[in-house]
Design a protein around this ligand. Structure first.
Ligand code: HEM
Length: 154
């Protein structure tokens, strides 16, 4: 029997979900700012999204993900469980987005000259696609992990 045991509580997972939805809103706002040619504000919104994303990864997601491997009864077939596969894809996409995002923000570091940002433009579209997909998968994971528990409390 496969069991995904997590040390993360419902409160922590819900806070993480709310933060990730905030990140999603920031990404949408940042994209709208780019469309309005407000590039500096676009960069600032993306920087805030990266900061929030890093905090959730370190505080909730890493501790939760590590329990996948340390939980008693963890076996190789466990890796074939759909929720585990979704989790791995979520982690891979989320990590890729944050690593590229840090690179984009670091190469700009709030300079008034936006030349490096324009030069990095090609990397931005794939990054936002990876990131939004990772967040949507995170929402799916929350629903799968916690929905039955919440319904049983009604
Ligand atoms: C995680 C970080 C970032 C993401 C996900 C992101 C996302 C995007 C996206 C999706 C586009 C449209 C690309 C396209 O049309 O091909 C874009 C364009 C752009 N972004 Fe970012 N961005 C990020 C960071 C930054 C930073 C730090 C700056 C610097 C201020 C910046 C400045 C720009 C500029 C100048 C454009 C080009 C606009 C144009 O030519 O129409 N971005 N960004």
């Amino acid at each position: 029997m496969i069991s995904v045991i997590s040390t993360v509580t419902l409160t922590e997972a819900t806070i993480s979900l709310v933060v990730e939805i905030t990140v999603l809103v920031l990404l949408i706002v940042a994209f709208a700012l780019k469309n309005r040619k407000k590039y500096r504000q676009h960069g600032i919104a993306m920087t805030s999204a990266i900061a929030l994303h890093i905090i959730t990864i370190l505080v909730v997601m890493l501790p939760s993900f590590s329990t996948f491997f340390t939980a008693p009864g963890t076996t190789v077939p466990f890796l074939l469980d759909p929720i585990v596969i979704i989790s791995f894809v979520h982690v891979a996409l989320g990590l890729a987005a944050v690593v590229i995002g840090i690179r984009l923000v670091a190469s700009w570091h709030f300079k008034t000259d936006l030349q490096t940002c324009f030069a990095n433009k090609k990397m931005m579209k794939p990054t936002i696609i990876l990131w939004v997909t990772a967040i949507l998968l995170g929402i799916v994971m929350y629903v799968i992990f916690w929905a039955s528990f919440l319904l049983s409390q009604l």
